[in-house]
Design a protein around this ligand. Structure first.
Ligand code: ASP
Ligand code: MG
Length: 310
């Protein structure tokens, strides 16, 4: 059985949250399922990348400050996650090298830096370049969280989402070619027991990077779940599940323990923030239940989204 586990921006905002997410993955892995982990960018990074691209395109060299801060945040997370001197106790071991990870991730920084410089010189921001810039959030997070998993002595394979999620060139909100993407995805994960990939990003048939619209990592998780006929898709977030009200605004919002696909989709399209509206369709067609759960309260039951039949 395959389980898809997606962690949102807050769940992976920094090393201590990432370690909580890895604990959750490890608990699931011990039960013997094959697992695909889909991650968002570290919380706030996508907004920072948009700011960076915007400043660069206006010829404002302050973009460099944001660039440095982005690199610094990821380096810091690596240093805390892969601490060879103090390996994490569960499971023990340290299967990753901090030095190697820092060196590897710096290649990505270089790519981003060069792209930003290009935008700065051109004083222009095409939608295609904006997508390329935004994609670094998930490119960086998936790499570093994968190394964090390995540092626990758990083997984990990295998958570049752009190799399997194929889209048209509607940059900013690209439409996924389901047939192509499902075939590439199911071929790619054959024989893999634990893998990690970034959500939100894909690529056109001629290799240009695209994004699936803000919050689109949920959609990626659902696409991968459908492609692999997963037994479940879990969306790990920072609230207990789908609530009657926005819990960040209304204190006595109540958790909805079970909801149908139709109702969840309607709520998402009406602006309930917890799940991207496009997430529901791929799951419905394969009748895969989606659970929305809280990374900071992992034993909570969350919300189950399904066809409502038992
Ligand atoms: N990182 C992207 C965003 O902030 C996608 C996601 O988190 O789902 O919109
Ligand atoms: Mg989200």
């Amino acid at each position: 059985m395959t389980k898809v586990m997606k962690f949102g921006g807050t769940s992976v905002a920094h090393a201590s949250n990432i370690n909580k997410a890895i604990d959750i993955v490890w608990e699931a892995k011990k039960k013997g399922d094959d697992i695909v982990v889909v991650v968002s960018a570290l919380g706030g990074i996508t907004d920072d990348l948009i700011k960076l691209a915007d400043l660069a395109s206006k010829g404002d060299s302050k973009y460099e400050i944001i660039f440095k801060a982005i690199c610094g945040r990821h380096d810091q997370a690596i240093k805390e996650l892969i601490d060879e001197k103090n390996p994490r106790p569960t499971p023990p071991n340290c299967g990753a090298s901090q030095e190697k990870a820092l060196k590897e991730i710096s290649k990505k920084y270089k790519e981003l830096g060069e792209l930003a410089k290009k935008i700065f010189s051109a004083k222009e921001l095409s939608l295609s370049n904006l997508d390329a810039v935004m994609s670094f959030g998930e490119q960086l997070s998936s790499y570093l969280i994968g190394e964090g998993i390995k540092s626990r002595g758990i083997s984990c394979e990295f998958v570049d989402s752009r190799d399997i999620i194929k889209t048209d060139d509607n940059f900013g909100s690209a439409n996924v070619d389901l047939e192509k993407s499902y075939k590439l995805t199911s071929d790619c994960f054959k024989g893999k027991t634990l893998s990690i990939m970034g959500g939100f990003i894909g690529s056109t048939s001629d290799g240009k990077t695209t994004t699936l619209s803000r919050g689109g990592s949920d959609y990626t998780a659902s696409l991968v779940g459908a492609a692999l006929d997963a037994s479940v898709i879990e969306i790990w977030t920072d609230v207990d599940g789908i609530m009657t009200e926005d819990p960040k605004k209304i204190k006595d919002a109540l958790l909805i323990p079970e909801i149908t696909y139709e109702k969840a989709e309607e709520m998402a399209y009406n602006g309930a923030k917890v799940i991207h509206p496009k997430t529901i369709r791929p799951a419905v067609l394969k009748n895969i239940p989606i659970y929305v759960k809280n990374t900071f309260n992992p034993t909570g039951s969350g919300t189950k989204i399904s066809n409502g039949k038992r």
